[in-house]
Design a protein. Sequence first.
Lengths: 114, 113
Amino acid sequence: GAVVSQHPSRVICKSGTSVKIECRSLDFQATTMFWYRQFPKQSLMLMATSNEGSKATYEQGVEKDKFLINHASLTLSTLTVTSAHPEDSSFYICSARGDSLEAFFGQGTRLTVV
Amino acid sequence: AQSVTQLGSHVSVSEGALVLLRCNYSSSVPPYLFWYVQYPNQGLQLLLKYTSAATLVKGINGFEAEFKKSETSFHLTKPSAHMSDAAEYFCAVSEGGSEKLVFGKGMKLTVNP
């Protein structure tokens, strides 16, 4: 299957700082990318959907100004958690979808805000 | 709106025993159904998917699932559990191949020696 690389896999940051997470499709063009958040022992909650060159569509309850999503190319999307706080600590997962129906997932990023 | 129900949160089986993970869905249009596996601190890997073709779907690692419209179910099975099957399993639905996947809460599978 296709490969989606997410970086970093783990990050610890201080409260009030911003953190950028990258999601790259390595061997296909991802017309659509998705960002999920997963709380411990819970399911994945879709945060936003982004199409290349367009503004992201955020799910209800997700703060657009806090979780900035950029999808500037067909192989890269970034999620920036701005002014992070401890409650933003979570596991963030991206997925990418090209021409096929299948969405391929990145390895996830464990964010800890201290 | 579509939804997925995975009753319970944990299943424990012995190595070599049958694995059965239940999934029921709700969808207003013909659904596409998926099973994903997640190992600790990793992303999701697709096990198998149903996209309106054959109702019995075979996936990777010996897993299979059967789509039963009358029961709105898509249960995942494997005849003989292996220690390496221990992981978290998520059922997901999308409406007719739409972009959004809606996930169930997940089921942790433990395999005992």
